[in-house]
Design a protein around this ligand. Structure first.
Ligand code: C2E
Ligand code: CA
Ligand code: CA
Length: 821
């Protein structure tokens, strides 16, 4: 066979065959992926390409076939062979388009192989030679079998996508099938010359055949191009499809976010001014979906006036490219006229070539809940939890600001410091719950008195402060203070119990009392202190004398400590005498401070100071020890009376202290008398009773000092084992001029008699007073008439046993006269 075929036949026909097979499978793929008419069209194309490929493979080979006889081609049979090939290939393609099972593959392979064979033999039948082809039947059978097997393999590889390049492998296998069928069949053919059969002239010449082959090949190339294009199209479509799906997804997600999310979306065309708003933007402000969009040309007017300037600045910064994003929290007007807090965020997404912004998109986030929480926290940080009033921090801020305004712009303001009187007693006795409730009520009453532009604050405990900016005149402030006092003075009722408390007010004004916050506060405090000192339920304006008083107090305190340590304090003694006989019975020890510059300072001035500073404990101990030690030196066992201030009386170890001093000095307890006032008892009655009993048990006597000035009742006198009552000198001094005083003195004397308690009259200065008291059976007397408080040396003779009249150097005549008459 080889010697009958030209050398170029094999590669060329093989190439043509492979290309057409490859194209065929490409078209078949399209057909398999399409439906309806498109599928039919693709099937026809598949069949055509395959048929054309088979046909041209055959005839290219035939062109290179040079049998030893003259050769020609019958036109009809040649064309028919092309039709057969196309038809068979189309049939096979139709078969395997729908399924890929083994039966389909075998059926398809048989149809296709049969088609190839039919084409081949039809084509061979069209070959005109002078003679006949004689076929070797075994070779023909081998050609058919090998063609069918290879076709089968090709279809299998293609349909099941075997290998990395299934189309190329399938094309190669199919090429093999066509090739083996052709060349084996050709080998089976032998031309038996028959010179009687002439080659007719009407047959196709070789040249015409070549042209036909070329045309068919062009068609194949066109199909090939078609598959390439279809492939490209399919890929593009697929990409487009997946892109579309992604786009759809993201659109859906956006819609979902707009729908379900709390953020509103806006899109602002800066050139036209049009704003698109998502429904959430509208509903956030109480409008129906889409309802707001009509209003948005005036969107700037939706912004709260207080936020507008800053919002526009922030926006300008972003539009001008000075900030990467626009972000601002502001209020927007709601449909109902209220305000909603939103966080606006946005970004310019389009700029023209000159950098001018064209479009901006952004969100509105509802931050109302967060703002409420923030406001609550801020409120809590600046307000008192109990009363809801401003707290100390807040008040100091407001005061500082008010003072700054006064400093900058003139005007005035005032600071009032308020302090409840007796609140601590209520808190201790009625309990903290009642105390808290009381504070709440007090706060409400005070707050009800003030002007809306003024501020009340609770600074802590029972301290309140008021900042007055509305009318800081003296008259207004005085009136306001009186209103506060009256309001708080109204009794409070808890559990059916009536509680009365008082209020003291100190007032300082800016600018005349200062513009510095601390200074103004300390001055209002000083005025408050003064108001308390001058009787509670009172108000005082600060005046500069108070400053001087404060400075003096500090100096005094310092000097007192110095005096105490440096021996600047002494005890003076004042005699106490038996009324009827004038006989000396004892002395009251009275403390004296001789100040280097100020001379003698009376105890009424420095004892309260010692009480406040706590120095009183050491001071009192010193007095006791000195007085007791002094008494032990006396020639006669006269009594010595020592005063204990309320604060001293409250010391826990008082009985031990006193007994210790007695045993230390060796003074018998019977000779010591302790003088206390009612105030000392009232602070803690039960404890006082215990202390008094212990002192009594030890043999020490007790005197109630200043009787008649406080609230001491019969009941107190009865329950406390006093040995003595000292009628206060204020009554004694009035005996002659005030009949009521005389009545009181008489009543006290009667009371003492009926209780079996001795009564002492203090501050006896005149003979008439003395006579009255003697006549009313007062037992003991004390006063200038019998001797002023003096250093003990002055009384040396009297102590020795001489008459007081002769001993008391300071008032000898008076005493003698008193007893002579
Ligand atoms: P008090 O216990 O009532 O003392 C009597 C006060 O009356 C003394 O004032 C005394 O000097 C004064 N006095 C005596 N006779 C007359 C008189 O005829 N006419 C007038 N007008 N006054 C007279 P003093 O010494 O200034 O003491 C004042 C208060 O100081 C005392 O009142 C007492 O409560 C307290 N005090 C004095 N010494 C001590 C002390 O050592 N310890 C304590 N805790 N308090 C003391
Ligand atoms: Ca006294
Ligand atoms: Ca007294």
């Amino acid at each position: 066979m080889t010697d009958e075929h030209a050398a170029w036949v094999l590669p060329l026909s093989g190439l043509v065959c492979w290309v057409s097979c490859h194209t065929t499978f490409g078209l078949l793929k399209q057909a398999r992926e399409s439906t309806g008419w498109a599928a039919t069209a693709w099937l026809v194309a598949t069949g055509s390409a395959a048929g054309a490929g088979i046909w041209s493979t055959h005839f290219i080979a035939m062109l290179g076939y040079n049998p030893p006889v003259a050769i020609g081609y019958d036109l009809r049979l040649t064309l028919a062979s092309l039709g057969v090939a196309i038809a068979a290939a189309s049939g096979a393609a139709t078969l395997i388009r729908a399924a890929a099972g083994p039966a389909t593959i075998i059926a398809g392979a048989i149809v296709l192989t049969a088609g190839i064979a039919a084409m081949h033999f039809a084509g061979m039948a069209g070959v005109r030679i002078p003679g006949l082809f004689v076929w070797d039947e075994r070779l023909v059978a081998a050609a058919l079998v090998s063609g069918a097997v290879l076709t089968c393999a090709a279809l299998f590889v293609f349909l099941h996508r075997i290998g990395r390049y299934p189309r190329a492998i399938a094309a190669t296998l199919l090429t093999g099938a066509i090739g083996s069928l052709h060349f084996l069949s050709m080998a089976a053919a032998r031309a038996a010359p028959d010179p009687s059969m002439a080659v007719p002239d009407d047959g196709l010449a070789r040249g015409a055949l070549a042209a036909g082959i070329a045309a068919v090949m062009l068609a194949i190339l066109a199909f090939s191009a078609l598959t390439l294009f279809a492939d490209h199209l399919r890929r593009a479509n697929r990409a487009l499809a997946s892109h579309g799906a992604a786009l759809r997804d993201s659109e859906e997600r956006l819609a979902l976010a707009l729908d379900a999310g709390s953020d509103g979306l806006w899109d602002w065309n800066i050139d036209t001014g049009h704003v698109w708003l998502s429904d959430r933007c509208s509903t956030m402000l109480g409008y129906g979906p889409g309802e707001l969009e009509g209003h948005v040309r005036t969107w700037r007017r939706l912004i709260h006036p207080d936020d507008e300037a800053k919002a526009l600045d922030t926006l300008d910064a972003h539009l001008g490219g000075r900030s990467p994003v626009y972000e601002f929290e502001h209020r927007l007007r709601r449909k109902d006229g209220g305000w909603s807090w939103v966080l606006a965020r946005g970004k310019v997404v389009q700029r023209d070539p000159l950098g001018r912004p064209g479009r901006m998109v952004g969100t509105h986030i509802d931050i109302g809940a967060r703002k409420i929480a923030e406001e609550q926290i801020a409120h809590m940080a600046r307000h008192d939890g109990l009363t809801g009033l401003a707290n100390r921090t807040c008040f100091h801020d407001l005061l500082r600001r008010a003072l700054q305004e006064v400093a900058d712009d003139g005007g005035a303001c005032a600071l009032m410091c308020l302090d409840l009187d007796r609140f601590k007693i209520v808190n201790d006795t009625a309990g903290h719950m009642a105390g808290d409730e009381l504070l709440r009520l007090v706060a409400a009453r005070i707050a009800a008195c003030i002007h809306p532009t003024d501020t009340v604050a609770r600074l802590g405990g029972d301290e309140f402060a008021v900042l007055v900016k509305s009318h800081p005149t003296d008259e207004y402030l005085a009136n306001l203070a009186r209103m506060f006092i009256a309001a708080v003075g109204q009794p409070f009722v808890f559990d059916g119990q009536m509680i009365e408390i008082g209020l003291s007010v100190g007032i300082a004004c800016a600018p005349q009392h200062g513009l510095a916050e601390q200074l103004l506060f300390s001055r209002a405090d000083r005025a408050l202190y003064r108001a308390k000192a001058e009787g509670r339920n009172n108000y005082r304006f600060f005046d500069t004398a108070m400053d001087a008083a404060i400075i003096q107090r500090h100096e005094l305190e310092r000097d007192l400590r110095k005096a105490f340590l440096g021996g600047g304090l002494q005890l003076h003694y004042q005699p106490q005498v038996r009324a009827h006989t004038g006989e000396l019975v004892g002395f009251e020890a009275l403390l004296r401070w001789s100040h280097a510059e100020r001379g003698i300072i009376p105890p009424g001035e420095f004892i309260p100071l010692a009480e406040e500073t706590g120095l009183i404990a050491q001071l009192g101990e010193w007095v006791l020890r000195t007085a007791c030690a002094e008494a032990t030196r006396w020639a006669r066992p006269l009594k010595v009376a020592v005063n204990l201030s309320p604060r001293e009386f409250q010391q826990d170890d008082l009985p031990e202290l006193i007994l210790g001093i007695l045993s230390e000095t060796g003074l018998p307890p019977e000779r010591l008398e302790i003088e206390i006032t009612e105030t000392a008892i009232f602070a803690d009655t039960n404890r006082a009773l215990l202390v008094v009993r212990r002192l009594k048990e030890a043999g020490i006597s007790l005197a109630m000092d200043d009787f008649g000035t406080g609230h001491a009742s019969l009941a107190t006198l009865q329950s406390f084992p006093f040995d003595k009552i000292k009628i206060d000198q204020s009554f004694v001094g009035q005996i002659e001029v005030n009949p009521q005083a005389a009545v009181i003195v008489r009543a006290v004397l009667g009371l003492g008699r009926s209780l079996g308690i001795r009564v002492v009259a203090e501050g006896v200065e005149t003979m008439d007073q003395m006579r009255f008291l003697v006549a009313e059976q007062c037992e003991e007397l004390q006063g200038h008439l019998f001797g002023r408080p003096q250093p003990i040396e002055s009384f040396a003779d009297a102590i020795a046993g001489a008459e007081v009249s002769r001993a008391a150097a300071s008032a000898p005549n008076v005493v003698r006269m008193a007893f002579a008459s």
